[in-house]
Design a protein around this ligand. Structure first.
Ligand SMILES: Cc1cc2nc3c(=O)[nH]c(=O)nc-3n(C[C@H](O)[C@H](O)[C@H](O)COP(=O)(O)OP(=O)(O)OC[C@H]3O[C@@H](n4cnc5c(N)ncnc54)[C@H](O)[C@@H]3O)c2cc1C
Length: 404
């Protein structure tokens, strides 16, 4: 039986602790928060999008995403469901293959994981921040709350720097560097956009299905149809999060980022123009905003009027072909400049992290230091929105736990 230290009781650390204990190791789990799994509680808007029916390597990114292949093979969706069922948790499928706990409560996932680690007699040490890891001969010396403790193996499961309010401090990157590993500079991903359009506040709160095209230095590079949410600072929603990895990388490189929104993707330009013209015959005595409100949300109607500089038009009857063309253009090709992302503070995940080329893909052990392992988001592997990030956290924690 070996003494194993796992730093971080998040998604990857908890699964790693369960598997390592099931193998008979003596496991200590260090967590700086007063509770385990704080980030899990925030996932999927509190419902926890635990995994996805369609886990594929193509949904993962980083310098070398194929590194994730072994972990995903060993812990596929079937194994994921079986693992959580072994803890007493049932799942149900939502839209686009997303898997959620049947209770639709993230707290059920944390409660089941916690019950299992307790049953397996894992030594859970809360409110303890590991500040330093030293390698002395074959042992790892961990510095915790001004004390030291010695272990045979050490697992760094500290997560990234995304959403630091939930415990992510990036300490894992520091440990990796101090132990001779390289870290690919992290940047925020699955994150909202800050835009500098002056009338955005007026449309804040409006959510719709839209097609969003991403332009980097005026080159179209990605297009996504999905939920779009206007906010006081800019744009959010699943379509934006899906585009955010490329946008965030471009902003870090100092490139210019724009989005072009098609707010009525199911109507062609021609169909929308002819609908406008037909509606003129019936509603011409209405104010322009009320007339538009028959087709689009009220706040968006005000926004479109401001954006097209048509506020001087009081009644729909005054609309001519030129004005209709302007409104069609605004609704089908609304261009907004993306000034920044909302940063690490609001990001769901980080791109970048510990360079995986310095680790063994079959067990996630360091190629430089025997018995030093990494799992979860601290690695330079990040996934798309839709349960892919939690799945990688569980899968990598599982692989390390089984390999110890
Ligand atoms: C708001 C939000 C919603 C999300 N929704 C989803 C979703 O629905 N589906 C999905 O797949 N992914 C989602 N994600 C991403 C997912 O939560 C993460 O990818 C995943 O939790 C990463 O797991 P991890 O174990 O690597 O890190 P974490 O879960 O962040 O755990 C790391 C733990 O280590 C602890 N720690 C750090 N440093 C130290 C130290 N020095 N000493 C002791 N403890 C330390 C931290 O306190 C933390 O508890 C979401 C993320 C956020 C922020």
């Amino acid at each position: 039986m070996s003494r194993i230290a796992i730093i971080g009781a998040g998604a990857s650390g908890l699964v790693c602790a369960i598997e390592a204990s099931r193998k008979g190791h003596n496991v200590t789990l260090f967590e700086k928060n007063s509770k385990v799994g704080r980030k899990i509680l925030a996932t999927g808007n509190g419902k926890c999008n635990i995994s996805n029916e369609k886990i594929q390597l193509e949904r993962y990114h980083g310098k070398s995403p194929s590194f994730a292949k072994e972990a995903l093979k060993r812990f596929d969706t079937f194994t994921c469901k079986a693992f959580f069922r072994s803890l007493g948790l049932e799942m149900r499928e939502g839209e686009e293959g997303r898997l959620y706990p049947m209770s639709h409560q993230a707290s059920s996932v944390v409660d089941m994981l916690l019950h299992e680690v307790r049953s397996l007699h894992v030594n859970i040490v809360l409110e303890c921040e590991v500040t330093k890891i030293e390698k002395k001969d074959a042992a790892f010396v961990l510095h915790v709350n001004e004390k030291t403790d010695v272990f045979d193996a050490c697992v760094i499961a500290t997560g990234s720097v995304a959403m630091p309010t939930l415990g992510s401090s990036g300490s894992g990157y520091g440990f990796a560097k101090s132990l001779g590993h390289s870290v690919i500079e992290p940047y925020p991903s699955l994150v909202q956009f800050v835009c500098d359009e002056s009338h955005l506040k007026e449309v804040s709160g409006v959510k719709m299905d839209a097609n969003v095209e991403l332009y980097i230095d005026n080159q179209k590079c990605q297009s996504v149809q999905g939920d779009l949410l206007f906010t006081a600072y800019g744009l959010s929603g699943s379509a934006i999060l899906d585009l955010s990895r490329k946008a965030s990388h471009a902003l870090v490189q100092g490139e210019s980022v724009d989005v072009v929104l098609d707010l009525l993707p199911n109507l062609s330009r021609e169909a929308l123009t002819s609908l406008f013209q037909k509606r003129l015959a019936v509603g011409k005595e209405k104010s322009l905003s009320l007339w538009l409100e028959g087709m689009i949300p009220k706040k968006l109607a005000y926004f479109i009027i401001e954006n097209t500089h048509l506020s001087h038009i009081k009644e729909a009857s005054s609309l001519g072909a030129k004005e209709i063309k302007k409104m069609v253009f605004a609704l089908k090709s609304l261009r907004l400049h993306v000034k920044a992302t909302k940063g690490f503070e609001s990001a769901e995940v980080c791109a970048g992290g510990v360079d995986v080329s310095e680790l063994e893909s079959k067990n996630l052990m360091s190629k430089k230091i025997q018995n030093l392992y990494f799992c979860g988001e601290v690695l330079d592997i990040d996934g798309d929105c839709g349960g892919f990030n939690l799945h990688f956290a569980w899968a990598s924690g599982y692989l390390v736990g089984q390999s110890l």
